[in-house]
Design a protein around this ligand. Structure first.
Ligand code: AP5
Ligand code: MG
Length: 212
């Protein structure tokens, strides 16, 4: 099964992708995590994307598309994958389609902008594996330490309130249109994001017809 998780910044895409990857036994491909890793490694790609990410703007389509093409060609994607944070523009969606990437369901996690700003201030992310936590809604078992890999968790640089506002604007200007694009293909599934993490997860599994 090939899935796309759509939604505004902070809607819960990364949190749900981590759960779905365990439940469905298919890898989650988070372009945000991959780009942050490239920056942390000081790679050529990291140097190209750093400024865009720090200011909360989108990275150029061609850079994102090439890392996605490379990742989806790996053997562990043969039985399906979860795209978290991509596509983000109509051009990215059309490029995936042109490359023959089959998409079964597009889950849009719906959340209003005012709830999002509160979520971002409590978010902590693992500096190594990118796992997402929240100091109230989903704290790590040991304060400051990632449950998955034991590395330190910290505040994401683009979670400063003014950067979050810019990311929300970018979402409404460039990404939200993808809901219409996939709706017209009969693939869009809307899920309420303003509920517990477990509640949203159950709604997603039902929306994609997953039997665990
Ligand atoms: P990316 O990393 O994809 O960030 P984003 O889309 O802005 O989304 P977030 O990761 O901020 O939120 P999320 O929906 O994953 O929420 P989370 O689960 O963490 O992109 C970052 C940057 O990379 C972009 O700005 C751009 O520069 C670049 N980029 C990436 N992909 C790109 C692309 N395709 N094209 C171009 N540029 C690209 O949850 C948020 C918080 O809420 C957490 O603390 C979590 O614990 C908590 N939470 C989650 N669910 C719940 C719940 N139900 N109740 C209470 N709290 C909850
Ligand atoms: Mg995320």
């Amino acid at each position: 099964m090939n899935l796309i998780l759509l939604g505004a910044p902070g809607a819960g895409k990364g949190t749900q992708a981590e759960m779905l990857t365990q439940q469905l036994q298919i890898p989650a491909i988070s372009t945000g995590n991959m780009l942050r890793e490239a920056i942390a490694n000081g790679s050529a790609l990291g140097k190209q994307v750093k400024q865009f990410m720090d200011e909360g703007s989108l990275v150029p389509d061609d850079l994102v598309l090439s890392i996605v093409a490379e990742r989806t060609a790996q053997p562990d994607c043969a039985n399906g994958f979860i795209l978290d944070g991509v596509p983000r523009t109509l051009a990215q969606a059309e490029a995936l389609n042109a490359k023959g990437v089959r998409i079964d369901h597009v889950v849009s996690i719906e959340l209003s902008d005012d709830v999002i700003e509160g979520r971002m201030t409590g978010r902590r992310v693992c500096t190594k594996c990118g796992a997402s936590y929240h100091i109230v809604a989903n704290p790590p078992k040991t304060e400051g330490i990632c449950d998955q890999c034991g590395a330190e968790v910290s505040i994401r640089k683009d979670d400063a309130p003014e950067t979050v506002r810019h990311r929300l604007e970018v979402y409404h200007q460039l990404t939200e249109v993808l809901k219409d694009y996939y709706k017209s293909q009969g693939k869009l599934r809307l899920v309420e994001g303003n509920q517990s993490i477990e509640g949203a997860n159950a709604e997603i599994l039902a929306a994609i017809g997953a039997k665990l």
